[in-house]
Design a protein around this ligand. Structure first.
Ligand code: UGY
Ligand code: MN
Length: 254
């Protein structure tokens, strides 16, 4: 006998994919199994197939799972652990990441990923083609954690951020920032900019403006924002909110 499903659940859907943005809650997402991953899968959330210029997904690896062999795919990668442990190696550098730990793997590095813990490991995984900058050496591998990254408050609006991979580092062609909001706060305006975003809600909940429509989002939800999509975030609920934000930066756009 299949498990009983509460009324309304089958037809209820918060997922939305439009030409220039998408809202993808985790429910209803399907894993992709890849030949070069063992005991691991990826829940793709943003890819060039939908119009994004980067790829973002959630990697899930069972204990012992990860890349089947050291891999070199010519792409740059960013990993941010959401649950469990992930060992990440890039050329001669390596680290054991716990929740909140992150790694930057430069394009051309040989890398491997392995769940070294006893529980399922979950991580944000972003990949893209590196856009070199004339006269500037490409960035080296980098490891860190959210816990040890300084919290910056730009003003007294109740918003804060953590620049996980630095800010205005011209060697980098993207940034990964944790954007934080105290209860009831929001951006000072509706933003419209050329940069794209991949947004993963880490804590709390809020209302996300995309073009003309407001979407209620909370922990675990993913949002893709394409170039020039009008955007605003209002922190709702009884506490603060935070999301992890991908943003392509520091390069000419053609
Ligand atoms: O930096 C940003 O573009 C950021 N303020 N956008 C966002 O959170 N949607
Ligand atoms: Mn923005």
């Amino acid at each position: 006998m299949p498990a009983p499903v509460p009324p309304g659940v089958i037809g209820h859907n918060r997922s939305l994919v439009s030409r220039n943005y998408a809202v993808l809650p985790p429910e209803g997402m399907f894993p992709s199994f890849l030949p070069w991953l063992s005991d691991a899968s990826v829940f793709y959330q943003a890819t060039p197939r939908m119009g994004a210029r980067f790829t973002q997904g959630r990697l899930e690896a069972a204990p012992g799972g990860g890349t089947a062999a050291p891999r070199q795919d010519g792409l740059e990668h960013f990993l941010f652990v959401l649950a469990g442990n992930l060992d990440v190696a890039a050329d001669d550098a390596s680290a054991r990441l716990e929740p909140g730990g992150f790694a930057y793997i430069p394009a051309g590095a040989t890398y491997s990923l392995r769940n070294s813990g006893a529980d399922l490991a979950k991580a944000v995984w972003i990949s893209r083609r590196y856009q070199p900058a004339e006269g500037i050496a490409p960035p080296p591998p980098r490891f860190g954690s959210r816990e040890t990254t300084p919290v910056t408050r730009v003003d007294d609006s109740g918003r804060w951020r953590q620049y996980l991979l630095g800010n205005l580092d011209m060697a980098m062609d993207f940034e990964m920032n944790v954007m934080g909001f105290d209860r009831g706060t929001h951006f000072h305006c509706v933003e419209t900019h050329v940069m794209e975003h991949g947004l993963l809600m880490l804590e709390g909940q809020g209302l996300q403006l995309l073009d003309r429509d407001w979407h209620e989002i909370w922990e675990g939800d993913f949002v893709w924002m394409g170039p020039f999509i009008p955007q605003q975030f209002y922190c709702t609920g009884w506490g603060g909110a935070a999301y992890l934000l991908y943003k392509d930066v520091n390069r000419e756009v053609f």
